[in-house]
Design a protein around this ligand. Structure first.
Ligand code: 3HC
Ligand code: NAI
Length: 682
């Protein structure tokens, strides 16, 4: 293996340049090269100062995440960092792209930091269930103070260079495109001015401000308790920053190491690291190679300005892509447009957008009542009522109107895309682009390939999803595709379980404690029981509640009673309705169940459905199913999603559990369990 480092000198300045595509992660080869470069210049008397710079698209993007959990190889990060920080020559970190995690920690080891304006720096380890474990928890507070450090490290938010200079995270800005020259000039200036070797570890003033004030940390914990629920990393980050404030540097480093050790071996972090790679893996499709041409999409048409059409439109406006929005009726069009405007104005009111930007985005919409206005768009997304005859009619018309070579997409939730495609003369141009509500917020986009969909149409839809900030997951046609099909058994299971003894609040509490924002019954009450039960023709539990005027939060209460502040309390009336319905179904109540048993009854059937989705080839891989659950249904990310969680529980236990509940386990699930294999663990 050739070295990823080059070491050159320019008139007394040593330049260590690392080039390890794609993102200069601090893997073993990079650590070796750093070791080599800095040792070389330490011994070279002609070198008076050193610039550390990266080739390619970015400064170091952090530790190599794929190395966690494996046996360490080569020099460790701490070893390399010690050489740099404790050398006798000033080191200038020259930053472009993103200096993240271990990458920014490495910049903090250097004596000075210079960055181009487009660069960003930050410590995003929290998103991997980790804390900055290469001194970041001890050094950053010494620059920005404890309170700013708490915020930066528990959100993981990257800071743009200019702001980083204001905060002291970066010392100077370089001219865009001239990083190397400016960093060398900066190093010369340090030498000429005889500036000291500034080690962040030696600073104390910023951390001293918080010393002896535990109330700062107590208040931070309290204010964020809800956001941090279920995650392990934020609490350990807080503890590490407390150590930075209260302990001498070396003791603080020991504490950081201990707290990092707890996280790196936790299931939560393993899950979040898995999700990091799963998100990137989702873009890879075995029979659609990376070099498949992406079709240009410069103008989009959206049909239907209802709940989904409006949100879908906003995604494109946000990306600067003009949208022709077609409705059947003027009033529906006006309503749709005003909802979009209101959403943007709310964002502006919160200061996250200017009114000028609101107008710019609104100006990208061409409202219309005629499908004919879609003749020259590159992509149409249909979001009209969920009805096969209506969709077929719309696609039949589109076929005669829209130019050849345009993509015809449907946002259907459950309908057969091949049947919709068959109503056109160009089924190979038809694809599903299934957004989740609210479509301008939820990050999942299911791209559904029909039997005849062209590979360039698939590649373009996937890439377009990325462009508008979504994670695209590819599915094949079936009832409900991946996410909706996967989660349906949870709803069914909760309706049965509540007849067997556990109360709505016990079931909701178990779901909440597992990590969902809300349990199934609280959710039903929020959505409205009349909406949930509206398609049902037979007698149902929700239907019985509706008959009593219990529509949920909005009217009469539902599974719960509500006071004027919409605070829920258990409902004796609902309890009676449940008991009566159980009697009608001939189901005997066995009383309440332990929480883990409730979770098993709700979620093992989801795992089973996931296994079927996989064995039928609806999803390409188990991790795509996990992404769909996490991003489409807010499945708690620190469990890794249903399939990763199933592996954590153990597939044998899941198979046995399913059998005990009277479910037939999917063939794939049984096979993996028998072979001692897993869905997600390699
Ligand atoms: N380790 C290993 N691989 C990494 C990586 C890392 N830190 N960061 C990115 N990669 C890989 C990706 O998996 C992807 O691989 P693929 O092409 O095979 O799918 C490739 O690099 C390119 O990544 P992206 O597709 O994400 O590229 P973008 O240009 O969209 O984004 C980025 C670049 C902003 C750097 C983004 O990759 C990112 O956020 N990376 C992670 C940053 C991070 O979390 N760093 C902290 C690591 S933990 C740490 O440092 C611990 C320390 O405190 C001890
Ligand atoms: P909606 O009822 O809010 O909006 C549908 C709109 O389409 C209405 O404004 C209606 O006037 C318009 N429309 C009907 N026929 C039309 C035609 N021939 N030409 C032009 N406009 C027409 O419905 P919603 O919820 O937005 O759903 C739309 C589609 O998205 C459905 O297929 C649905 O299954 C799917 N979907 C819905 C989700 C949700 O949570 N609401 C989530 C994901 C997909």
């Amino acid at each position: 293996m050739t070295s990823v480092g080059t070491y050159t000198t320019e008139d007394g300045i040593g330049i260590v340049e690392i080039n390890s595509p794609p993102v200069n992660a601090l893997g073993v080869n990079v650590r070796r090269a750093l070791n080599e470069g800095f040792s070389k210049f330490a011994q070279d008397d002609s070198v008076k100062a050193i610039v550390l710079i990266c080739g390619g698209r970015t400064f170091f993007a952090g530790a190599d995440i794929s190395e966690f959990g494996k046996a360490p190889e080569g020099p460790g990060l701490h070893e390399v960092f010690d050489i740099i920080e404790n050398g006798s020559k000033p080191v200038v970190a020259a930053i472009h792209g993103t200096a993240l995690g271990g990458g920014y920690e490495l910049a903090l080891i250097c004596h000075y930091r210079i960055a181009v304006p487009s660069a960003k720096v930050g410590l995003p380890e929290v998103n991997l269930g980790l804390l900055p474990g290469a001194g970041g928890t001890q050094r950053l507070p010494r620059i920005v103070g404890a309170e700013a450090a708490l915020d930066l490290m528990t959100t993981g938010r990257p800071v743009p260079a200019k702001k980083a200079v204001e905060l002291g995270m970066v010392d100077a800005l370089a001219e865009e495109g001239k990083l190397r020259e400016d960093a060398i000039a900066f190093a010369r200036r340090i030498l000429a001015e005889g500036r000291p070797l500034l080690r962040v570890r030696d600073r104390d003033d910023k951390v001293a401000e918080a010393r002896g004030k535990p109330e700062i940390f107590a208040a931070f914990r309290k204010a964020n308790a809800r956001a941090f629920r279920g995650f392990k990393a934020p609490e350990n980050i807080i503890k590490a920053i407390e150590a930075a404030v209260e302990l001498p540097f070396d003791k603080g480093m020991e504490r950081e190491r201990e707290l990092f050790g707890e996280l790196v071996t936790s299931t939560e972090s393993a899950a979040q690291r898995y999700v990091f790679f799963a998100e990137r893996e989702a873009a890879k499709i075995p029979d659609v190679p990376k070099d498949t041409p992406i079709l240009p999409v410069k103008k989009v048409g959206v049909i239907g300005a209802g709940t989904m059409g409006g949100g879908i439109t906003m995604n494109f406006l946000n990306a600067g892509i003009p949208v022709t929005l077609v409705e059947a009726r003027q009033e529906a069009l006006d309503r749709g447009l005003s909802v979009i405007r209101r959403n943007y104005e709310n964002t502006a009111r919160k200061g996250r957008m200017t009114m000028e930007q609101v107008e710019q985005r609104m100006a990208l919409i061409t409202p219309s009542l005629k499908l004919e206005d879609l003749a020259d768009v590159d992509l149409v997304i249909e979001a009209v009522f969920e009805s096969m005859p209506i969709k077929k009619e719309v696609f039949g018309k589109l076929d005669t109107i829209v130019k050849q070579g345009a993509i015809l997409a449907t946002n259907t939730s459950f309908l057969d895309i091949d049947e919709i495609a068959a109503s056109t003369s160009r089924p190979e141009w038809v694809v599903g682009m299934h957004f989740f509500s609210p479509a301008n917020v939820m990050r999942l986009l299911e791209v559904v390939r029909g039997a005849k969909t062209r590979t360039d149409v698939i590649a373009t839809a996937m890439e377009l999803g990325r462009k508008i900030g979504k994670v695209s997951v590819l599915a094949r046609v079936c009832d409900g595709f991946i996410a909706n099909r996967l989660m349906k058994p949870r709803g069914v299971a909760s309706q049965i379980l509540v007849l067997q003894g556990p109360t709505p609040q016990e079931i909701d509490q178990a779901s909440y404690n597992y990590g969902f924002a809300m349990g199934p019954f609280a959710m039903s009450d929020l959505v409205g029981l009349d909406v949930i039960g509206r398609d049902s023709t037979e007698r149902t539990l929700t239907g019985d509640l509706v008959k009593l005027g219990r529509l949920g939060q909005k009217q009469g209460g539902g599974f719960y009673d509500y006071d004027e502040n919409r605070k829920a309390t258990p409902s004796p009336v609902a309890a009676q309705v449940i008991a009566d319905f159980a009697a009608h179904k001939g189901i005997n109540s066995h009383g309440s169940l332990p929480e883990d048993e409730i979770v098993a009854r709700l979620l093992y059937p989801v795992v089973n459905e996931g296994a079927k989705i996989l064995e039928e080839g609806i999803a390409i891989r188990a991790s795509d199913i996990d992404m769909a659950a996490i991003l489409g249904y807010n499945w708690p990310v620190y469990t890794g999603g249903p399939m990763f969680w199933a592996d954590t529980v153990g597939l044998k236990k899941i198979v046995e559990g399913l059998k005990a509940m009277g479910h037939e386990p999917a063939k794939l699930l049984v096979k993996l369990a028998e072979e001692g294999k897993t869905f997600t663990r390699g």
